[in-house]
Design a protein around this ligand. Sequence first.
Ligand code: FMN
Length: 279
Amino acid sequence: MLTLDMDQLSTQEIQQYLQYAIAPRPICFASTIDLEGNVNLSPFSFFNLFSMNPPICIFSPSRRVRDNTTKHTLENIKVVPECVINIVNYNMVQQMSLSSCDYPKGTNEFTKAGFTELASEFVKPPRVAEAPIQLECIVQEVITLGENAGAGNLVLALIKKIHIKEEVLDGNKHIDQTKLDLVARLGGDWYARITEANLFKVEKPNTKLGIGFDQLPVAIIASNLLTNNEKAQLANFDILPESNLQQISSLTEATIVKIKLALANQETAVAWEIIRTSI
Ligand SMILES: Cc1cc2nc3c(=O)[nH]c(=O)nc-3n(C[C@H](O)[C@H](O)[C@H](O)COP(=O)(O)O)c2cc1C
C-alpha cells in the first residue's frame, strides 16, 4: 500500500490524489453578480448539502493553485452576498465546462457558454434556464481556510427557493432520481453520469437494528461464495435469528446460490427463510 504524508506533498500532488479519491462530487453551478450588476457563472465541485433546518449548502471557490489569485465568484459574493446554485445535468456538461475558462472579470459566462438567463424571484443573480433545478440562496457567511495558493473559501449558502422543472418530477411532485441525469466531477478530466442504468437502492437500516455480523451463522461468515455486501444484507435483518441458526457450520452450494438470488432481488426475509429451512 502507498502511504503518503500530506506535509511531504506539493499542493498539485495533494490535488491529484484527493480529487481522484474524494469523488464523485456534485457540481454547484453558481451565478453571482458584482456591484455594477455584471453577471458571473462558474462551476464548483467542492460542494454539498450540510443542513436541512436551516437548509444550507456549502461550496468552495479556492485560491488558484497556479498564482494564488481569488475567483470572481468569491469576489462577487463578498460584495453582493447572493447566488443561484444551478444543478447540472448531462445535456449541459460541455457548456458548463466551457464556462469554467478564466475569462476576465466582468465577462458574462452565460453568454460565453451559450446559457439562457432566467430572472430569479428572491435574489438578484439570474438562474440558468437550462438547469433542471435552480436554488436561490442568500450567502450567510464565508469562511476563509487560508491565504496560500489552493486554500478554500467556504461559502455557506442558505437556500430560500427551489425551482424544479416539471419534466424531472414524478406523479407526487417529488424529484424522480431516475429522470435527473445528473453529472458529477471526479479526478482530472473524469466525470460520472447518473443514469437509471447505474442507479441502485440500499435499504435504510435506521428504523430497525440489524443483527450485525457477529450474529450471522458460522456457515455464512465463513462462505467464500457470499460477498461482504451479501453478508451485510443478511446482517442488516432486524429479527434476531434463533440461536441454533448461528451454529450452522455448513450450507450446500445450491443453498448459497438460492440465498444469493434472494439477496439480489432485495428479499432478505426470503434469504433468511432459505437458511432456516436448510437445517
Ligand atoms: C466541474 C468543475 C468543477 C470545479 N470545481 C471547482 C471548485 O470546487 N473550486 C474552485 O475553486 N474551482 C473549481 N473549478 C474551476 C472554476 O470553475 C474556475 O476556476 C472558474 O473559472 C472560476 O470562475 P470565476 O473566477 O469567474 O469565479 C471547477 C471547474 C469545473 C469545470
